[in-house]
Design a protein around this ligand. Structure first.
Ligand SMILES: [Zn+2]
Length: 454
């Protein structure tokens, strides 16, 4: 063959490889969301020693954001904020018990951005609120592997979720860069860790046996004020929750090892975060979805991007809305105008940058409320109740309400929040999700219908 012919063949080969994604230089993204994974349970963030060795390993290899916050204390609005870079009232997904709202049709998700730029996109999710049709949050993924159960007991456990993720990567990982969302339902209640994790982390009297806590009837009774579990019961429940966290940690480690075994880790961007935390009586309550204190809205957030981000710990407060712009920058994708967050790449690299105050709202149950975290302080406003003010920099447990004694800080945060809410006015969204009778029945059975579970 002539040299020109050989060059032609080589060019054709390159074109074919590019068309198949074989030598596309852009990194793939795996975004891991641990449902209900409290930030301060990670051993590297002050959690029990030895509870999360794999998450600690990933955190040490990546950038760990020590003060990352979600924008809502439950799955639907929070996950939507991660994927849209908007607050719950702006993207519309959320609502309250018995009246849920879906992601607004005009809102651009980061998944759409990746897909439009030629990425394969796939989601593995384990909760009805991440259903693509009914609530819209995952609607832009090319494929969604969804397993929804009618109770919180029979769920796809973390080992099966990891298997599904590794199988998908094995089947699709050679077809060019991909964006994969892996949602683990563990450690959401009911707390029922596998035996080995129960034996290691449960309270001594619970290491054998099957005792558990957080069934839907119990949750509804607590919401209705008919059940006030004793502190000792909640301590036992929290020990089981720890077992669930440790089990999740082991499965995230298995996923990470699987990525390494495939050679995927060389430039792959790995994000690990949670949609919200969990309360164990820190402010008199239990579970999540009912307040905006940090046990519910402070979340773990680690971004590992080899070759792009050097390992670091960032103390500057950051937000879930900053995730989508960060992923766009790391993968060299155009940024949709609609995104409100700002990329974390320069901050991760040590640049100071402007502060990033955090707005949170969107309770699923209990009194509607809004929080504004700014400059080391946090304001919480609820209908019909005096505002609360905490100096989170010195009182991270938010136990000393300073609204009465620091009027200047209270006024500053109130003015900032008012300005933000005024600016949001025209953007407020929230179309009621039209749910078929069967979905309503399932939600009611799970205790999310605003009525009694069966
Ligand atoms: Zn959740």
């Amino acid at each position: 063959m002539s040299p020109a012919g050989q060059r032609g063949l080589a060019l054709l080969g390159t074109l074919l490889l590019t068309a198949c994604g074989g030598d596309d230089p852009r990194p793939s993204v795996v975004m891991v969301v641990g449902d209900t994974l409290r930030a301060d349970k990670l051993s590297c963030m002050g959690g029990p020693e030895g509870l999360t060795p794999y998450l600690d390993r990933i955190a040490a290899q990546g950038v760990r954001f020590d003060q990352a916050r979600s924008h809502a204390p439950w799955t639907l609005p929070s996950t939507a904020s991660m994927l849209t870079s908007l607050h719950p009232e702006e993207h519309g997904a959320g609502g309250r018990l018995g009246r849920f709202t879906k992601l607004d049709a005009e809102v651009q998700t980061v998944v759409r951005t990746f897909r439009d730029q030629g990425y394969r996109t796939h989601a593995i999710v384990n909760v009805l609120f991440l259903d693509p049709e009914r609530f819209g949050v995952t609607r832009d993924f090319e494929t969604v592997d969804q397993q929804v159960f009618e109770t919180n007991v029979d769920v796809r456990a973390a080992d099966a979720t990891t298997r599904a993720a590794l199988d998908w990567i094995e089947a699709n990982g050679d077809d060019g860069p991909f964006f994969l969302l892996v949602h683990y339902f563990d450690p959401h209640c009911v707390y029922a860790p596998p035996r080995a994790f129960r034996e290691r982390w449960a309270e001594p009297g619970d290491r054998e046996g099957e005792w558990t806590f957080g069934t839907r009837p119990q949750m509804v009774a607590i919401r209705e004020g008919e059940l006030s579990p004793a502190a000792a019961t909640i301590r036992r429940a929290e020990a089981l929750y720890n077992g669930e966290v440790s089990y999740l940690d082991a499965q995230i480690g298995r996923l990470d090892d699987g990525l390494a075994a495939r050679g995927e880790r060389d430039d792959l961007v790995l994000v690990v975060t949670a949609d919200h935390g969990e309360e164990f009586l820190e402010h008199g309550g239990f579970e999540h979805g009912h307040t905006l204190y940090d046990e519910l809205v402070r979340v773990p957030m680690v971004i590992r991007a080899p070759g792009q981000l050097a390992p670091a710990v960032v103390e500057t407060p950051v937000r879930h809305i900053d995730l989508a712009p960060t992923l766009c920058e790391l993968c060299d994708l155009p940024l949709p105008d609609q995104f409100l967050g700002r990329s974390l790449v320069s901050l991760a690299g040590g640049e100071a940058g402007a502060p990033r105050p955090t707005l949170a709202h969107g309770n699923m149950w209990a009194r509607p409320q809004t929080s504004w975290t700014s400059g080391g302080w946090k304001l919480i406003v609820r209908d019909g109740v005096a505002p609360e003010l905490y100096e989170v920099a010195t009182d991270p447990a938010e136990q000393r309400d300073l609204a009465g004694s620091r009027p200047e800080e209270l006024a500053r945060l109130q003015a900032e929040l008012e300005a933000v809410e005024l600016g949001m006015g025209a953007l407020k969204r929230g179309e009621e999700a039209s749910l078929d009778p069967r979905t309503r029945e399932v939600l009611n059975g799970l205790g999310y219908g605003g009525g009694r579970p069966r």
